[in-house]
Design a protein around this ligand. Structure first.
Ligand SMILES: C[S@@+](CC[C@H](N)C(=O)[O-])C[C@H]1O[C@@H](n2cnc3c(N)ncnc32)[C@H](O)[C@@H]1O
Ligand SMILES: [Zn+2]
Length: 193
């Protein structure tokens, strides 16, 4: 056999995670080797849609269904990983996470925020938008089972202490973010049923 100088195709690296059943919820992603702090693990992919379209899709679900593959990028774009999504859609929430999602050029990337041990479940804090008037029924729909010592019992963002707001900022604060609107709509539907 003759040797050639032709450049070899670089070997593709094995994925640093695998999908399996999670004790937290359904399926989850688990590290298949130690992952270093700052390492990019996987991009969160899916169909890019508007907030209005995300509301419409969420509205088709049962009112008390807290399961979501929707990921908000900014005020205009939501990613629906239920359509053309990759394994990132199976990463569960933790109140004591080992990862976070950073936006690179408009693309969400799951990144390790500390060393993740081989076999550990990957998780980031969903920090779901919370309205000041959200009651315990909303927190229950999005109940957390991460098992962390610091678990706050819900995937909703921690409560913010009310700050005095200037009149202009007050008007802006009235505009409801998509997640809040969808939760309110779900509860209205539930009450009407
Ligand atoms: C993007 S999916 C994550 C993958 C999910 N385990 C599955 O098998 O489809 C997000 C959904 O998983 C569930 N989930 C994720 N983390 C959770 C947690 N810590 N406690 C309870 N449910 C969780 C919630 O229903 C949430 O809306
Ligand atoms: Zn928790």
């Amino acid at each position: 056999m003759t040797k050639t100088n032709a450049k070899k195709k670089p070997k593709s690296q094995p994925l640093p995670y695998r999908l399996r059943r999670s004790p937290v919820h359904g399926s989850g992603l688990f590290a298949t080797r130690s992952i270093a702090k700052g390492e990019h693990i996987i991009e969160y992919t899916g169909q890019r849609i508007s907030h209005a379209e995300a509301d419409r899709r969420h509205g088709e679900k049962e009112p008390d269904d807290g399961h979501t593959f929707l990921f908000t990028i900014d005020a205009k774009i939501v990613i629906d990983a239920g359509v053309d999504g990759n394994d990132a859609r199976f990463i569960n929430h933790s109140c004591d996470p080992n990862s976070e999602v950073v936006i690179w050029d408009g693309r969400p990337m799951v990144e390790a925020i500390r060393t993740i041990a081989d076999g550990e479940e990957l998780a980031y804090d969903y920090n779901l938008t919370r309205d000041p008037d959200d009651g315990p029924e909303v927190a229950k729909i999005f109940a957390c089972r991460c098992g962390a010592a610091t678990c706050r019992g819900t995937m909703l963002a921690p409560r913010k202490k009310p700050k005095p707001v200037a009149p202009k900022a007050k008007a802006k604060a009235k505009a409801k973010p998509r997640a809040a609107v969808k939760k309110k709509a779900a509860l209205r539907k539930k009450k009407a049923a």
